[in-house]
Design a binder for this molecule. Structure first.
Ligand code: SF4
Length: 245
């Protein structure tokens, strides 16, 4: 034990300083394809090559629906004219069900927000990113976020996965069992729209079909800082990427 204390004192604090300081370390985010001023056959081939219909043609060129993007990089690698790319990780947006809500949970929740993670048919990717929030680098406890295994103690529900048919009822029951005030954060393309799986015989078009989603975190999977941003948006401690809330 004393060795760990000495090592800790020697090493110093290595946790990210986000959200007080923007994190610029390499590798914390894969980024996202950006709207690109491009037309003609090149643009059409990029749109046709996107496996999740995340790309479309608009007046400004190629448009990107982040909710659907699965980070396959087909619009970059091997493309004759790659799309522009954006770095960053503050991607969380207010969902349709959270549009008219004051997201501040109030002082009693300032340093103690309990999060129920629901695996609603996750492949393991988003769950793995959620798991990183508990490691010393992201250390979400410093922000007053704690995981809870029971909906009775949860203030925020964090949904990952495509919400398979078998999980629809369980997800709704868990939501109904949470006390108010409560928030729902959906993280990852599958939870937002079904991803590459939905809608199909196995799942629908995301968590919003079953529970009211306040905050949406795109990405496939979203990196830990993007999920952290989503949690901070859900409790009114960071502005969302779309500027509302
Ligand atoms: S990275 Fe893949 S899924 Fe995302 S916009 Fe490009 S082609 Fe589509």
């Amino acid at each position: 034990m004393s060795q760990w204390v000495i090592k800790g004192l020697r090493t110093g604090i290595k946790s990210t300083r986000y959200p007080n300081v923007a994190e610029t370390a390499a590798g914390v985010s894969p980024g996202f394809p950006a709207e690109t001023n491009l037309g003609g056959a090149l643009a059409e081939s990029l749109v046709a090559g996107c496996p999740t219909r995340a790309l479309g043609l608009g007046p400004q060129g190629v448009e990107v629906d982040r909710r659907r993007c699965v980070h396959c990089f087909r619009c970059i690698r091997g493309a004759k004219r790659p799309l522009d790319w954006e770095s960053g990780y503050e991607w969380a947006r207010i969902g349709a069900d959270g549009a008219h809500r004051d997201h501040r949970l109030g002082r009693p929740f300032g340093r103690s927000v309990h999060i129920l993670v629901v695996d609603a048919g996750d492949c393991g990717a988003c769950l793995n990113e959620v798991k990183q929030l508990n490691n010393p680098y992201y250390n979400m406890h410093r922000l007053g976020f704690f995981l809870t295994p029971t909906p009775r103690h949860a203030d925020v529900m964090l949904v990952v996965g495509a919400v398979t048919e078998h999980m629809r009822h369980a997800l709704r029951k868990a939501y109904d069992a949470m006390p108010t005030p409560k928030r729902v954060v959906a993280a990852g393309a599958c939870a937002l729209c079904g991803g590459v799986f939905g809608p199909s015989f196995i799942c629908g078009s995301g968590a919003a079909e079953v529970v009211p989603v306040d905050v949406e975190v795109p990405g496939n999977p979203p990196p830990p800082l993007a999920i952290l941003h989503g949690l901070l948006v859900a409790v009114g401690r960071r502005p969302p990427a779309n500027g509302a809330g």
